[in-house]
Write a protein of this length. Structure first.
Length: 150
């Protein structure tokens, strides 16, 4: 299994941090010098962002455009308004970077996968555990939304 560097830009409570570390065991969590106190706050540029494989949180669209190493971006909220523009969509499609959000993370089986209402753990647990490719909802959702999805 590849070892990923995961940039987590939000301030986490000790309990959340413990869950995140347990769910990403085998990967390296990278935190900014100044964590974002709210999903509405603009993040400070952090040079470490250019060195990570995965962004988890609310990365700045400008920082996303400037880095060439990202393999996946997960937005920590369900809203993606600031990321939903033709320029960023084109760039993500060109680089084949999946962009996911946290809509329905607490739903069993997810809304995008009606055929399997008892799919097991919520989608967020699958993502954080690194076993997202085992979830048929991920595959169906990814293929429907992102060009070049495996």
């Amino acid at each position: 299994m590849d070892r990923f560097r995961i940039f987590v830009d939000f301030a986490a409570t000790p309990e959340v941090l413990e869950l995140l570390q347990a769910g990403t065991q085998g990967h390296q969590l990278v935190f900014p010098r100044t964590p974002v106190p709210s999903v509405l706050a603009k993040a400070e540029r952090d040079p470490q962002f250019a060195t990570v494989d995965i962004a988890f949180g609310q990365p700045e669209p400008e920082a996303i455009a400037e880095t060439g190493q990202l393999k996946w971006i997960h937005i920590s909220t369900s809203g993606i308004t600031r990321y939903d523009n033709p320029q960023l969509r084109e760039l993500m499609a060109e680089r084949k970077i999946p962009v996911t959000n946290s809509a329905s993370v607490y739903a069993r089986g997810g809304r995008t996968c009606r055929r399997n209402q008892n799919a097991g753990p919520p989608f967020s647990e699958k993502i954080l555990s690194g076993s997202f490719t085992e979830n048929p909802c991920w595959t169906a959702s990814c293929k429907a939304q992102l060009p070049g999805c495996p």
